[in-house]
Ligand binder design. Structure first.
Ligand code: F6P
Length: 307
């Protein structure tokens, strides 16, 4: 996200606009937590994880009463347009501000879950996938040396984008994702087949599902049905931090710069996305009402490669 803030700020300043950072997301608008941004504030941040502007969930923003206060606060500060970086909740807030108060907003998808409609990738996904892949490579050393079965749980909220890419990248024996349910019996058969051909260690990757802890349920079900004892690793928030990959920094830089171009061209309610390598603008209406599909080719590929 810092790379996107840097790109948007420096692009705006280059065009002689002023840029104001809102500290803490939508809550920051309600709390009047504003900070003018200078080009020097953008130094030494591109390599940092998280966001220098801080963020948070703001449940009040679904209430029109609070959005009215937000609109007044923005007007008081002479803020004429917003750049909103975040997931589907942030995009919904931006659309509502436009619908209710005609405050132009350009969204930038920032979510490790990669579940935002209209973009092939959102900022943070590549870093999260690489972090989890690196962790599982390390876990595999123990799995192999000690002939063990591991279940590794990755983040992703209610989607399997992270689990699928990580599972593929790590050569997981089975990948459990909400979009393509694999049964416990399938997994047990898979482990047995591996044992028969002399492979005594297996790694199963699971998406967290509705809430973290799914790996424990899976391990219990596998133990009850087969007697196999699985070690559990829940990778958790390490996936949401750390220095972003070069790919994420470049994506965020492109999106940040494109967000300013979009505003200057008069766009009022769109999200910047990347589709087939190109920057695109997607109406916020679509972003907030359509569901992003998982790449089912990857599911098939993972299945073939993990036999
Ligand atoms: O939406 C991003 C995400 O990291 C999900 O993958 C995860 O379920 C959730 O946020 C965790 O949120 P929190 O840090 O608020 O518990």
């Amino acid at each position: 996200m810092n790379a996107a803030i840097r790109a948007a700020t420096r692009s705006a300043l280059a065009k002689k606009f002023e840029m104001v950072g809102i500290i803490g997301g939508y809550q920051g608008i309600l709390d009047k937590n504003f900070k003018p941004l200078k080009t020097s504030d953008m130094g030494n941040i591109i390599q940092r994880g998280g966001t220098i502007l801080k963020t948070g969930r703001c449940p009040q923003f679904v209430d029109a009463k609070y959005r009215k206060i937000a609109a007044q606060n923005l007007k008081e500060q002479d803020i004429s347009a917003l750049i909103c970086i975040g997931g589907d909740g942030s995009m919904r807030g931006a659309l509502d501000l436009w619908d209710d108060h005609k405050i132009p907003s350009i969204g930038i998808p920032g979510s490790i879950d990669n579940d935002v409609f209209g973009t092939d990738f959102s900022i943070g996904f590549d870093t999260a996938v690489n972090t989890a892949t690196d962790a599982i490579d390390k876990i595999r050393d123990t799995a192999f040396s000690h002939d063990r079965l591991f279940i590794v749980e990755v983040m992703g909220h209610e989607t399997g984008h992270i689990a699928l890419e990580v599972g593929l990248a790590c050569g997981a024996e089975e990948i459990f994702i909400p979009e393509n349910p694999v049964t416990v019996d399938d997994a047990i058969q898979h482990i047995k087949r591996s044992l028969e051909r002399g492979k005594a260690s297996s790694i199963l990757v699971t998406a967290e599902g509705k809430k973290p802890g799914r790996a424990y349920d899976l391990a219990e079900a596998i133990r009850k049905k087969s007697g196999f004892d699985a070690k559990i690793c829940i990778l958790g928030h390490i996936q949401r931090g750390g220095s972003p990959t070069a790919r994420d920094r470049v994506l965020a830089s492109r999106m940040g710069a494109t967000s300013i171009e979009a505003l200057l061209r008069g766009n009022c309610t769109a999200m910047v996305g990347i589709q087939n390598g190109e920057m695109v603008l997607v109406p916020l209406k679509d972003v907030t009402t359509k569901k992003k599909k998982l790449n089912t080719n990857l599911i098939k590929l993972a299945r073939v490669l993990s036999t």
